[in-house]
Design a protein around this ligand. Sequence first.
Ligand code: ZN
Length: 235
Amino acid sequence: MDFDKHIHFYVEEEEAKQILICVIAISLAFTIVYAGLNAAVKHPKSFLFFTALSVVTVGSGFILHEMAHKLVAIYYGAYARFQMWVQGLMIMFITSFFGFLFAAPGAVYIYSPRITKKENGLISIVGPIVNIVIALVFLGLENIRPVKFFFPFFGEPLHVWDFGAKINIVLALFNMLPMFPLDGSKVFVWNKIIWFGFIVLSLGFGYFVFQSIDIVVMWGILLLVSLIMSRAFIR
Ligand SMILES: [Zn+2]
């Protein structure tokens, strides 16, 4: 990409505030899923520490993913801004109490008089690409400088970088499901071969990092569910 002088990557104060709220919220909800709400009462210090680690592993994956969308959208001449979604924030916390994370606290909204399918596809795919890059960085850190912590709510010590890598692979794969409004739906509409290639590489990478076929099976089930749901909703 050649970045010329027309590109102004600028984060407004209100936007920065909303990003900060969402990063903290997603890290907290993630901690509730992993440690359980019980841990907040029984081991408050460990709970807070795990939330801080979640900012590093999950929060970073979230914010860099969204900022990548914004950067490429601005590159294509659009106005792009992160907007918090209060209902999404609430749904995220409610699902976290039930042990799973529906992470949709907000997204980058793009305003442009004209954006092509290709541009929209590229704006979309860059988010999951960023998560894969972060996963690779974490995997490198795991090999160079592993960090382990013991938490009373886990049976075994947590390898922080390995954990961060896994979370970012899941983030990339989830966002690439071909279901509106997820990134995958726009990539799928733009170029099915690129969408498929990305999925195959990410699943292969996931299989290598998780050392288990479960990630492939689970993504396959989610794909099936999203196909059934899009048939049910799009007529
Ligand atoms: Zn995205």
